[in-house]
Design a protein around this ligand. Structure first.
Ligand code: DLL
Length: 427
């Protein structure tokens, strides 16, 4: 284990959480007008927090609050104590700005180093960091974590695929961090260049920052001959490193509970849900100084389990993110998850794992258009392939696809970096 806290008995962990929640609520109340007003309105005083379970008495914090309080309304320390600003990768409207003190940066390094160690990265390893540098938390978050662990970081950042492949090959890189979509893109690009990426020493990829399905992970593991480890995080809480799977079990992401307290709530009512039930993940920071966050509604859908893990870590595990609360598409009254479309596509050999969904409104009627790519060496005829896709989609979706485009391999725009956007809702 990188850190003793990873195997601390749960009762000790909960005592620590109680103490830290008390400090966090006090700090938020004393230093941020927004929190003081919200806590007063909810009739909660910092002195009311007697145990970690009292977290449920606190009001929620939402994405809109970050936007309304832009740029620094949620910051809880004077400017001279700030060391860094980063931002969430949201593309519409104002970004959510986040801030760190010296101590926050140290916590981030520590949770990232722990995460990488849990993923099987060793201090003797070389780690290529293909997450974007800059305001996005992926690049610097991984960078600092690799160095903290004592491994060697190759800061390629996002994009420049030719250079990425060159570094992987020439340096004999052991592990890489990138989004799952970029991982597949790298595999394709290697194939185009006649490089068999499976022959390289690369053995671990640490994927995150966007949702992916299990079949997509299997595709990545097969295409690169690696273990693909799921890492989760969000800027509002710190960045990457809130939770990660362990290489031993690859069965749910251990939440670093000494710093981040997770709950699952019903997305409609906000009521807490028991372990094992899927709902919206809510997170409370327990040690953040510059930006304490109380009960943040992440919008990410998952479930929690406190069952012991084979690896010996005691921290609660969260299941892979199955989507976002607001990503559920309602087409002519029917619920459609983009992930179901992905599962269909991954299952059909003649189709590449790239697709897009476009939704339009025709008068008062929703229409759905799906575009998929045919593999260059596909066996089925264009017509047979189209029929197969249509059949499979109809089985899974409960709603007919109005237009299905089967386009040549490579025709859907690739994202060299950052997160892929698959759903375009024009309604
Ligand atoms: O994406 C932090 C990160 C960087 C995580 C690199 C992992 C690796 P944001 O830009 O603030 O931060 O976006 C956070 O991305 O609320 C999720 O919706 C999504 N997300 C992050 N990790 C995962 C994951 C970074 N492993 C938002 N699976 C979150 C699914 C993820 N979705």
């Amino acid at each position: 284990m990188y850190h003793d806290i990873e195997t601390t008995p749960r009762d000790e962990l909960e005592a620590l959480q109680t103490e830290r929640l008390q400090e966090t609520v006090r700090h938020a109340y004393d230093s941020v007008d927004f929190y003081r007003d919200r806590l007063d309105a909810a009739g909660v005083s910092p002195d009311d927090i007697d145990s970690i379970d009292d977290v449920t008495s606190l009001p929620f914090t939402r994405k809109e609050h970050f936007k309304n309080q832009y740029p620094d309304g949620l910051f809880a320390v004077p400017n001279e104590d700030l060391r860094r600003i980063q931002a969430s990768s949201g593309t519409t409207g104002k970004q959510k700005l986040v801030a760190y003190t010296e101590s926050d940066l140290q916590v981030w390094k520590d949770v990232m180093a722990r995460s990488l160690a849990a993923a099987g990265v060793d201090p003797a390893d070389t780690f290529q960091n293909a997450y974007g540098y800059g305001l996005f938390t992926g690049g610097l978050g991984f960078h600092d974590g690799v160095e903290e662990l004592g491994a060697t970081v190759v800061p390629t950042g996002g994009g420049n695929t030719a250079r990425q492949l060159e570094m992987l090959e020439d340096l004999g890189v052991d592990a890489i961090g990138c989004t799952p979509s970029y991982c597949l893109y790298l595999a394709e690009a290697a194939e185009e260049r006649g490089l068999d990426i499976r022959d390289l020493p690369l053995s671990t990829v640490v994927i995150g920052a966007e949702p992916f399905t299990d079949p997509m992970r299997e595709e990545i593991e097969a295409a690169l001959d690696v273990t693909a480890i799921d890492i989760y995080g969000l800027s509002e809480l710190i960045g990457p490193g809130v939770s990660i799977e362990c290489a031993e079990a690859q069965d749910g992401m251990h939440v670093w509970e000494d710093h981040f307290y997770p709950e699952i709530v019903d997305p409609d009512t906000g009521e807490p849900l028991p372990d094992g039930e899927r709902g919206e993940l809510v997170l409370t920071s327990l040690t953040k100084e510059a930006l304490p966050v109380l009960r943040y509604r992440t919008g990410d859908v998952t479930s929690l389990t406190r069952e012991t893990c084979d690896c010996g870590r005691t921290a609660v595990r969260m299941d892979n993110i199955s989507g976002r609360v607001d990503d559920l598409l309602i087409v002519r009254g029917v619920n459609v998850y983009a992930s179901s479309v992905e599962e269909v596509m991954i299952d059909i050999e003649d189709v590449a794992p790239h697709y897009r969904i476009d939704l339009y409104r025709d008068g008062s009627l929703d229409t759905m258009e799906i575009t998929v790519e045919r593999h260059a060496d596909a066996d089925l005829s264009q017509e047979a392939l189209r029929e197969l896709i249509e059949d499979r989609l109809n089985d899974v979706l409960n709603v007919t696809v109005d237009e299905l485009n089967v386009v040549p391999y490579g025709a859907i725009e690739r994202h060299e970096t950052g997160k892929v956007k698959r759903v375009f809702d024009h309604r």
